[in-house]
Design a protein around this ligand. Sequence first.
Ligand code: AHR
Length: 342
Amino acid sequence: MRASRVTLIFTIALMAMSILAACGQTPAAPAAQAPAAAEQPTAAASGAVTKTYADMTLCFPQLGAESDWRTANTASFKETATTLGIKQLVFSDAQQKQENQISAVRACIQQGVDVIALPPVVEDGWEPVLTEAKNAGIPVIIVDRSVSADPSLYAAHIGSDMVLEGERAAEEFNKMFPDGGAILELSGTTGSGAAVGRAKGLRNKLNPNITILDTQTGNFTRAEAVPVMQAFLKKYKPGTDFQGIFIHNDDMGIGVIEALKAAGINPGDLKIVSVDGTRGGFQAMVDGWFQADVECNPLLGPQVMEMALKLMNGEPVDREVLTNETVYYPDKAAELLPTRQY
Ligand code: AHR
């Protein structure tokens, strides 16, 4: 009785299998074969396809080519794109004009890029175009400088802590002028996250016995810094009215040195702190012009592309990624200069 029941069940099972086979279907895998199914990649098993760098079209509407820092930043993106073998890097140069950057972002939205990496020339005025990108389902990574727009309009920010850079500069002046003094400030592009942050940081930490005599923009360029320094020298007596200069980037610092040399001022007569840590800045330390150079690292390509890939695959990312930086001094400048990448 028991044997015939087993035979009956076996016969029914065989019939079911042949019916399924006839319909072109495969019966459920027996339990013993289950591990083979579990070896499938999770994304494939869930129906999702994992994207790779070869699938990536990344929009990079660069803000300009105003400095050696910027040139190194552009090179970092282009070299990383080649090394990783991304499908396309959509590069443009906005020549320090926000309207050009906005047009470039709109063209990228139109093209349907995967991710936009935006280094904003200034902080304000990005809401409309960031909303357009969001509505098109294109994630935006804010790169280098910050924006004032609501963080819900972009995926993340990767760059330097500009306020900390200004605070570090202030600490250098505090050490150099323990009995107080006066400094001039050559600031970067008006309204840019870099200039706003560095100015704020300087004021946060500068000792009350050190005054900021005057501040003028040199727009982060050598060419524009020269006349600004010349005008300062006409207005204020170096050594008497002011003893130091805080310069928001090395390119402007090189312009300042040009103006100081022409006025017969020697290295070390004034205490200068700059920002970036480019080769030009290191040379200025070797030559005795800069007493400190606060690092601002432009080599952001690898981090940005890694994050862009995560966004393409719907993976979570850190909303704020700040670069780990330091301060460089003349004592190590000659030794480090040949090793500098930018
Ligand atoms: O936003 C970074 C700043 O922009 C760098 O300090 C400067 O050199 C560049 O132009």
